[in-house]
Design a protein around this ligand. Structure first.
Ligand SMILES: [Zn+2]
Length: 527
């Protein structure tokens, strides 16, 4: 079964009453906009967007809310920003820090909007809201009051569930200093049912500077924010969430999820939503984390893969299984091949898990129906775009054995675009080919048997009228058999003669794209 169907089944089971009452199923995800969003976050977005999508496809009313968390305090400076400039903002909510680039209202807007654009691009459309709006709107007020009143219970939960000991005088809330705006440097010392008293000091936390101010202020309407495990629980309640998962790291025993669920039930008197964890997304074997600036970002990922292929990558492995992606190797061509295999099966009418995967790899608007078109292999397109003497459209039409439709041409244009991008930035050297206009020096190193085989092939080619791919394929194999050379020795010699390296694409097809004169001359090593 397609993994998202299994999760959607459970959501349907748990929220049968909600569905029956005609109320929407609320799905929620969030991302703290503390810097460029790394590709790993797409795993969480996939979980929520696809579960919402599957539920919607079953005819349910679904709302997918995505939060740009702009109210968290800055707790680290991304490596690509000037630490000397941003140090002063450590502990300040992200929505109150200036944007590193012009054109955005604040720090969180720059990175939040960048990420939301990626989500939109791959069809993970959501209703976007900001954490700052949530707090400022007052919907968190009642929950803030409960947490302050029941702080002994909160402390007890932290100890019981996660083994974390909070001191007697700890309050489960961070208030924003009225003087310097810091959220992390303050410490609440009293709560009188309406106002909190606090001090702002550099002694509160190692990485945030306080201003020394002491004040008394209302904790409501955006003046304060919950620490994150309470924050998570409070958002379950405030948004009425039915389904929300999270990263595997939060799902450990005694981890954030268990603390948040206990707080939700015991402090906020609310049943937490159903959720499952998403496994990590590894790029080249490394776990992606937002605190490092050295990894592929979600933005980059959306630039190297078209939306339906990126969706396929994100959907093809069950969400609880690690996803490894290395754009340097042959992962991208293989991903396109996987798409082509699924497409062939789908268009031949097979209905199974693969057809479900293939369906959801497309955005809803593309599904009815998924446009049938000729799918040239990505690896061949990647080769063709490197050969200035070849017209990619003509070659694909020959391969198809028919005229290209508009849809075929659009597909070729798309694959050419992404192949060029892959070749210029990621592809391993073994995928880079240059047709050798002059006889390459490496030919001198061929053995006598290899040279003889090339000459024999030239003789055979001269005797036939047509040098189409099939004819050449047959001649090549006949010559190979009589040559006594291993395939590696034989084909290696061909590739060296034409490409200057010992590997290449299907040789019959490749040679058929060359002019007969050039082909004969090169086989005879005449130029
Ligand atoms: Zn202060």
């Amino acid at each position: 079964m397609f993994w998202a169907d299994t999760i959607a089944d459970e959501v349907e089971r748990r929220y049968a009453d909600t569905i029956k009452a005609g109320l929407p199923i609320i799905v929620r995800d969030e991302k703290t906009a503390s810097g460029r969003v790394h590709v790993g976050s797409l795993r969480s977005a996939t979980l929520h967007a696809i579960v919402a999508d599957v539920l919607r496809s079953r005819g349910h009313l679904v709302e997918f809310h995505f939060e740009i968390n702009d109210f968290d305090a800055m707790d680290g400076i991304p490596s690509y920003l000037d630490a000397a400039v941003y140090e002063q903002y450590m502990g300040v909510p992200l929505c109150n820090i200036p944007s590193p680039e012009p054109g955005f209202a604040n720090f969180a807007e720059l990175y939040g909007q960048e990420y939301v654009a990626v989500l939109k691009n791959i069809g993970f459309d959501a209703q976007i809201y900001r954490a700052s709006e949530l707090y400022r709107s007052g919907v968190m007020n009642d929950l803030i009051r409960k947490a302050l009143d029941r702080r002994a219970t909160v402390r007890e939960i932290y100890l019981r569930v996660s083994g974390s000991q909070k001191s007697e005088d700890w309050y489960p809330l961070n208030v924003m200093c009225e003087q310097c705006g810091n959220l992390s440097a303050t410490r609440i010392t009293a709560w009188d049912n309406e106002l909190v008293t606090y001090t702002c000091s550099s002694d509160t936390i190692a990485w945030a500077k306080g201003c020394g101010h002491t004040g008394t202020v209302s904790p409501f309407d955006g003046n304060a924010k919950f620490p994150w495990k309470l924050d998570w629980a409070a958002k379950f309640v405030a948004k009425g969430v039915c389904f929300e998962g999270g990263g595997k790291d939060h799902y450990t025993k005694g981890g954030a999820r268990q603390v948040a669920e206990a707080i939700c039930r015991e402090v906020f008197d609310h049943e937490p939503p159903y959720g499952v964890f998403n496994e990590f997304f590894l790029v080249g074997g490394k776990k992606m984390s937002s605190s490092k600036g050295n990894a592929a970002t979600a933005v980059e990922m959306a630039e190297i893969l078209p939306p339906h292929i990126l969706r396929l990558l994100l959907l093809k492995s069950p969400i609880n299984r690690q996803l490894d992606f290395d754009p340097d190797g042959d992962v991208i061509p293989v991903l396109f091949d996987t798409y082509d295999r699924l497409a062939e099966k789908y268009w031949s009418g097979v209905v199974d898990d693969d057809s479900q995967l293939f369906t959801f790899a497309h955005v809803p608007e593309e599904r009815t129906p998924i446009t049938k078109r000729y799918l040239p292999r990505f690896s061949q397109i990647a080769f063709l775009v490197q050969m200035p003497h070849m017209d990619v459209y003509t070659e694909v039409a020959v391969q198809k054995g028919d005229d290209l439709t508009d849809e075929d041409r659009a597909e070729i244009a798309l694959r050419s675009h992404y192949a060029k991008r892959w070749l210029s930035e990621y592809a391993d050297e073994k995928f880079i080919f240059t047709l050798q206009e002059q006889l390459p020096d490496a030919v001198a190193a061929l053995t006598e048997s290899q040279s003889d085989a090339l000459r024999l092939l030239a003789e055979k080619v001269e005797q036939v009228d047509s040098t189409d791919g099939q004819t050449l394929h047959e001649l090549i194999h006949a010559v190979r058999e009589t040559s006594g050379l291993s395939p590696k020795e034989f084909f290696g010699a061909m590739y060296i003669a034409f490409l200057g390296k010992d590997s290449g694409p299907k040789v019959g097809w490749f040679l058929s794209t060359l002019s007969r004169d050039f082909l004969l001359k090169r086989l005879r090593r005449e130029g």
